[in-house]
Ligand binder design. Structure first.
Ligand code: NAI
Length: 334
C-alpha cells in the first residue's frame, strides 16, 4: 500500500480526508506537527507527503525528503509561496497543488470581514449578551454605491468582484492579466495608483511572490483615501504590517480585516490560549478597535474541505498511476 505522510493535520482535515481516501490504495499517517527540516524524519517510508500553507518546503526540507525516498509533495492548498520550486526541480521531487476548490469560500469570507468591520456585529453580539443595548460607536456605512478596489482578479478575486457588484458597489480592479468576462460585467481595470487613490475598500486576491511582497506599504497607504478599509484574505506578506500599524494609529486607515498575517507561522492553526503571545506586532494589531483578525479560515467551509480532499486524492492517484499530473507546479509552468 502507498503511504502518505500528512503534516499539519487538524481534526477537520481527518474528517474530510478519511472518507475520500478510504477504499483507495493509500494509507495516511497523520502528523499534527508542521513539516520542516527537523520533522522530515517522520515522513520516512512515505513516498508521498501532503502539506499545507505553513509547512516549510525549503531547500533543506526537500533535500531531506528526497534522501528518504519521497517523490511527490501534494499541497492541499492553492498558494505555493512556501515551496522552493528550484530546489524541488533540481532534486526531482514533484509538487502538485489544488489550484481551485471553492473560490466562493474565500471570497465570502472577505465579505464577512467587510460586513463585520463595517456593521460591528462582533461588538454588538458581545454587548447584547451583557444586556448592553447601547448603539454608541456602532455606526457603519452603506456598501451600496461605495468604490471597491480588487487587486488580483483570478478565481477568488473574480467571485469577490461579482459579489460586491451584487451589493451595489462600484468595482475597479488591478491585475496584469485583465479578465474580459469581468469587464463585460462593468468592472474596470485601472492602474494600481488609481485603485489606491479612489477606493473606499481595497481587497487583496493576488498571489505572494517577489513582485507582490509588501505591495501594501507606507507609500501605498499614503496614496489611499483617509478612512480606507483594507482586506487581506490572500497571504500575509502582501502587507507591510508595520505600515498598517502606522496608518491605523494616525487614522489614515479606517479599518483592517486580515485572515492572513506575515508571521502567522507558529501562531495560526494552534490553540495558544493560556500562553503569553510572543509576537508583539500581532499583539499591537489586536488592540485596535477597527482591526479584525481571523486565523486563516477563508478556505474553511464543508464544500471547500470536501473538494480539497477529492482533488488531493486525485492528484496523488494520478501520480502513482504514472499519468500526466495536471496540477503539477514547476518553474517552467509559472
Ligand atoms: P489565481 O491564480 O486564480 O488568481 C491570482 C490572480 O492574481 C491572477 O489573475 C493573477 O494574474 C493576479 N496577479 C498576479 N500578480 C499580480 C500583481 N502583481 N498584482 C495584481 N494581481 C496579480 O489565485 P486564486 O485562486 O484567486 O487565489 C488568490 C490567492 O488567495 C492565492 O494566491 C492564495 O494566496 C490565497 N488563498 C487564501 C486562502 C485562505 O484561506 N485565506 C485560500 C485559498 C487561496
Amino acid at each position: 500500500m502507498n503511504k502518505v505522510a500528512f503534516f499539519s493535520a487538524q481534526e477537520y482535515d481527518k474528517e474530510h480526508f478519511q472518507p475520500v481516501f478510504e477504499g483507495g490504495n493509500l494509507s495516511i499517517s497523520y502528523f499534527d506537527t508542521m513539516l520542516d527540516q527537523y520533522t522530515v524524519p517522520l515522513a520516512k517510508g512515505h513516498g508521498v507527503v501532503c502539506a499545507f500553507v505553513n509547512d516549510k518546503l525549503d531547500k533543506q526540507t526537500l533535500e531531506g525528503l528526497q534522501a528518504q525516498g519521497t517523490e511527490l509533495v501534494a499541497l492541499r492548498c492553492a498558494g505555493f509561496n512556501n515551496v522552493d520550486l528550484e530546489a524541488a526541480s533540481r532534486l526531482g521531487v514533484k509538487i502538485c497543488r489544488v489550484p481551485a476548490y471553492s473560490p466562493e469560500a474565500v471570497a465570502e469570507h472577505a465579505l464577512a470581514l467587510i460586513l463585520t468591520l463595517n456593521r460591528k456585529t462582533h461588538k454588538a453580539y458581545n454587548r447584547v449578551r451583557e444586556n448592553n443595548f447601547s448603539l454608541h460607536h456602532l455606526t457603519g456605512f452603506n456598501l451600496n454605491g461605495k468604490q471597491v478596489g480588487v487587486i488580483g482578479t483570478g478565481m477568488i478575486g473574480q467571485v469577490f468582484s461579482t459579489i460586491m457588484k451584487g451589493l451595489g458597489c462600484r468595482v475597479m480592479a488591478f491585475d496584469p492579466k485583465p479578465n474580459p468576462s469581468l469587464q463585460d460585467k462593468g468592472i474596470t481595470y485601472v492602474s494600481l495608483s488609481e485603485l489606491f487613490s479612489k477606493s473606499d475598500i481595497i481587497s487583496l486576491h493576488c498571489p505572494l511572490n517577489d513582485k507582490t511582497k509588501h505591495l501594501i506599504n507606507k507609500e501605498a497607504v499614503s496614496q489611499m483615501k483617509k478612512g480606507v478599509m483594507i482586506i487581506n484574505t490572500s497571504r500575509g506578506a502582501l502587507i507591510d504590517t508595520q505600515a498598517m500599524i502606522g496608518g491605523l494609529k494616525n487614522g489614515h486607515i479606517g479599518y483592517l480585516g486580515i485572515d492572513v498575517y506575515e508571521q502567522e507561522e507558529g501562531i495560526f492553526f494552534k490553540d495558544l490560549s493560556g500562553m503569553v503571545l510572543q509576537d508583539d506586532i500581532i499583539s499591537r494589531l489586536m488592540t485596535f478597535p477597527n482591526v479584525l483578525i481571523t486565523g486563516h479560515q477563508g478556505f474553511l467551509t464543508q464544500e471547500a474541505l470536501h473538494e480539497i480532499a477529492k482533488i488531493t486524492y486525485a492528484n496523488i492517484d494520478t501520480f502513482l498511476k504514472g499519468k500526466p499530473l495536471k496540477n503539477e507546479i514547476n518553474l517552467e509552468g509559472i
